[in-house]
Design a protein around this ligand. Structure first.
Ligand code: MCA
Ligand code: AMP
Length: 504
């Protein structure tokens, strides 16, 4: 009888009355409470008629119950699909339909809009609310606090995380129990997490960073988390004295540096600050060290692979680098044309292989074949190089991707919507420097002959269809898109033209 995620992350602490989550209002959820709640949700999922391997799509606000529900899926042998709380009904429709989810769970406030969308794809709809009033919570409240955890192998699927593609269609990255567990084991060891750790958790829990890197590491180590609903500068500053460690996207660190109250004294007791999901500017790294005496530990990962590289815990954490391949991860830098490795120090596409690398994209065999080689190497699409000391540098992206505040935005998805707008002939979407989010989205439109696109109407339509973080923060109409002799839009020229959009 085995279920690697349950056996390693939940079962060892199931009887403990020690804190797992520190919650706003000075309340605490113990490990025993949490384990019991995963059992109750597992019963509720079984009551809903789900079968082993079924997909459960979850668009619920960050709360202890949402976390318990996710681990209940693992216990019940179901595949969970966490979804950004900002996604609109039209975005959600795609995920439910594409994954073939049997059950969709959302906040009660969204149920009126979302239930018809779920039902149109054959999924039932249940609700879950941070205040405990959701329909699935009502069923769970009445259930037993133990559950016969379903047998699973390391190779069985645990999660689908959708990641957008260059064609504008999101792909469901299939992650196994073994992918998730092996990465957590490596990171606990490398970053020296123990049961004494109190991690300040202000990330969302629908992405790899907040869900797998942060939560799985803490569960495996037996530590606890200060579980904040989101990154709120004042709340983070208030919680910091009680934490030992924090994980964040670079925006967290620039926002902390913006606060005069963020001083060496306030951060002095901390053991570790970790950054990832987007490039941490070397100047932020240096400013942080100057202010606090701490050198942020930067690491590099992806939805498809969890974490791939990390700066050392003991040793030189070098600004502008993402450190060394993790133990057990092979990393090579290859020529994008030939696929062969380039000499050390030269730039190419980063490829990785290891127990962390996903199984492929759900029902997209061609895309899987294009990105996952037969020998197990995954082609990341990130451009990088390995320096003489073995440190990996990410120098750019071969893929057309914008990373804004740690969220990925694929220009194609927005361009397809813009091209459909009345009076728009064509469009291009680029990311340019943004002081808070790292990159900010700019859309450039070309009007049809004699037309004048109505930008307010376009903004209103995008608001209906796209999560807020994807919407262009600036829209401009120009005569023609710059193109090279092959007819390809020269996005680099657009990025140069609009470089000062948010920084001037
Ligand atoms: C919010 N807005 C954004 C973003 N977040 N716009 C662009 N990019 C964003 N990331 C919009 C809001 O909807 C709002 O729009 C306006 O910007 C101002 O919002 P604000 O209140 O300042 O934002 P916030 O609520 O404070 O959120 C900012 C944030 C958040 C804390 C940086 O975006 C965040 O938690 N990011 C973390 C993402 C993350 O976990 N990524 C990990 C992915 P309006 O005014 O129009 O309403 S996992 C990954 O990448 C890999 C695997 C890895 O290596 O980790
Ligand atoms: P996601 O699709 O959310 O998994 O985002 C993964 C992408 O985020 C990677 O392919 C990189 O482009 C980027 N990324 C993650 N961590 C870092 C980092 N430390 N530095 C630069 N880029 C990063």
């Amino acid at each position: 009888m085995a279920n690697p995620l349950y056996d390693r992350l939940i079962a060892p602490h199931a009887g403990k009355d020690t804190p797992f989550l520190h919650l706003p209002g000075d309340t605490t959820l113990t490990y025993a409470d949490f384990a019991g709640r995963t059992a109750q949700f597992a019963h509720a999922l079984m009551d809903a008629g789900l079968q082993t391997g079924d997909r459960v799509a979850i668009q619920a606000e960050k709360s202890p119950d949402t976390l318990a529900l996710i681990f209940a899926c693992a216990r019940a042998g179901l595949v969970f699909l966490p979804l950004n709380t900002g996604y609109t009904a039209s975005e959600i429709a795609y995920f439910i339909e594409n994954s073939g989810a049997t059950l969709f769970i959302c906040d009660p406030a969204k149920a009126a809009d979302m239930a018809p969308v779920a039902q149109a794809s054959g999924a039932a709809c249940e609700t879950l609310s941070p205040d405990g009033s959701g329909s699935l919570q009502t069923t769970a409240d009445a259930a037993m606090r133990d559950f016969a955890t379903v047998d699973r192998d390391a190779d069985d699927l645990a999660a689908f995380l959708y990641t957008s593609g260059t064609t504008g269609r999101s792909k469901g990255a299939m992650l196994t129990q073994g992918n998730l567990l092996s990465n957590a084991e490596t990171l606990v060891d490398l970053w020296q997490f123990t049961e004494r750790d109190v991690l300040l958790h202000a990330l969302p829990i629908f992405h790899t960073h907040g869900l797998f890197v942060a939560t799985n590491v803490i569960l495996l180590a037996g530590g606890s988390m200060i579980f904040l609903p989101k990154f709120d500068q004042a709340e983070v500053l208030q919680a910091l004295p009680k934490a030992t460690s924090m994980m964040g996207v670079p925006t967290f660190y620039t926002r902390l540096l913006d606060a005069p109250e963020f001083t060496k004294d306030l951060a002095g007791h901390m053991r570790l600050f970790i950054s990832g999901s987007a490039p941490l500017l070397a100047e932020t790294h240096r400013a942080f060290e100057e202010r606090t005496g701490h050198r942020i530990l930067e690491r590099y990962g992806m939805t498809e692979t969890n974490m791939n590289t990390s700066n050392p815990y003991d040793g030189d954490r070098r600004p502008g680098t993402v450190g060394f391949p993790l133990p057990g991860v092979d990393l090579k830098v290859c020529d994008p044309e030939s696929g062969g490795p380039v000499p050390r120090g030269e730039i190419g596409v980063i490829e990785v292989r290891g127990p962390n690398v996903f199984k492929g994209y759900w029902q997209m065999p061609e895309k899987t074949a294009a990105e996952l080689r037969d020998d197990g190497f995954f082609i990341t699409g990130d451009l990088g190089m390995v320096d003489a000391d073995g440190y990996v540098h990410i120098v750019g992206r071969g893929k057309d991707l914008i990373i804004s505040g740690g969220y990925n935005i694929y220009p194609k998805e927005i361009e397809l919507l813009l091209d459909d707008q009345p009076g728009v002939l064509e469009s291009a979407v680029v990311g340019v420097p943004h002081p808070d989010f790292g990159e900010g989205v700019v859309a450039v439109l070309v009007a049809e002959a004699g037309a004048a696109p109505d930008l307010n109407a376009i903004r209103a339509d995008l608001k209906e269809k796209l999560a807020a973080y994807k919407r262009p923060k600036r829209i401009e109409v120009i005569e023609n898109l710059p193109r090279n002799t092959m007819g390809k839009v020269q996005k680099n020229l657009l990025r140069d033209s609009y470089a000062d959009s948010f920084t001037a």
